[in-house]
Design a protein. Structure first.
Length: 330
């Protein structure tokens, strides 16, 4: 009887061991498949994957230098002038940023202080710089706003665009300041330069050039071009600065463009900024073409802004880090 009991116990133990082993094997299989309780295993990095990640990281540093880019312009006291004229309602503007926990000493200085040094743009302040130049471009008196596409009656008047109706941080309506204030006098040559360059700079949120500044990015870029011209910046430097600014305003888009160029044997640093800023790359249609040709993220963007690039395809590691896109509102 005792031997029989031992055999039953041994049999039971063996059965349990077999069941446990099967369970362990099953868990191992599921774990390797990467679907155990919704948790994916840590994948071993191969030498090639590590190398690829390093290259893409280098690409990000080229397109979006973490230290920022010094633009060839001095902002000076333009912030305080915009406030004194009512283009920016300081209380409303500051409250907006404080409600987001974002109003820094740098922001206060750019809005109200003297800024004798060249303007620095980086990932942290790009959205704020965008809004300052939006206000400036909107208010600065210029023939492009008065006789260009914005004035076309077919569109129902200049006040019907995002760049005008969307500027809600002014005292009074935005159109009370539209091309109303003269901050400097451009020579005929400087104005001609602004006009020419503005026709060659596109933005990823739409198919329009800066000469048709119907959104905040276009209006802000126009303001930047005017300021650069007034301070004697030449054409090639204008394109170089405009590309740096556009990259910080649309980081996903320009990382995708840089990846596309690299995949096609062209280095970002060796490609003419004017070429990259043209409709072939920087318009929404250009990005759609890149998306179709290279399987790089393209299309209209997050929410209703049309200002972001979706991830996908060959923009693998570039798109792995989520970056905020500058939307079409304050």
């Amino acid at each position: 009887m005792e031997k029989e009991s031992s055999r039953v116990s041994l049999s039971s133990t063996l059965s349990s061991a077999i069941i446990l082993s099967a369970a362990i094997i099953s868990v191992g299989i599921v774990w390797r498949s990467g679907n155990f309780l919704g948790v994916r295993p840590i994948e071993q990095k191969t030498a090639s994957a590590t190398s690829e990640a390093r290259i893409l990281s280098d690409l990000e540093r080229e397109v979006l230098p973490p230290e920022g880019v010094v633009l060839p312009v001095v902002w000076g006291d333009l912030g305080s002038k915009l406030v004194s004229l009512g283009v920016i309602d300081k209380e409303k503007f500051v409250d907006l940023y404080k409600s987001r926990g974002q109003f820094t000493e740098e922001y206060e200085r750019l809005l109200s202080g003297e800024n004798p040094e060249k303007l620095l743009i980086n990932e942290a302040n790009a959205g704020y710089v965008l809004n300052l130049f939006w206000a400036f471009g909107l208010a600065s008196k210029n023939p492009i706003l008065e006789t260009g596409e914005m004035s076309n009656k077919a569109y129902g008047g200049a006040g019907n665009f995002a760049s005008t109706g969307g500027w809600t941080a002014a005292k009074g309506g935005a159109m009370e300041h539209y091309s109303r204030h003269k901050f400097f006098n451009l020579t005929d040559e400087q104005q001609a330069l602004v006009d020419e360059v503005s026709r060659n700079i596109f933005r990823p949120c739409c198919g329009n050039s800066t000469h048709f500044p119907d959104c905040n990015h276009g209006m802000a870029m126009l303001g930047l071009l005017e300021l650069m011209a007034s301070q004697g910046v030449g054409e090639s430097e204008m394109y170089k600065a405009a590309l740096a600014v556009n990259a910080y305003w649309f980081p996903g888009a320009y990382l995708s463009i840089a990846q596309y160029l690299q995949d096609n044997g062209k280095a970002w640093k060796d490609t003419d900024p004017k070429e990259i800023l043209g409709a072939q790359y920087s318009s929404s249609a250009g990005l759609a073409r890149i998306s179709q040709a290279g399987n790089v993220g393209g299309g209209q963007g997050q929410g209703g802004s049309g200002c972001a690039i979706t991830s996908g395809g060959s923009a693998r590691a570039v798109q792995s880090v989520s970056r905020p896109q500058a939307g079409c509102g304050i």
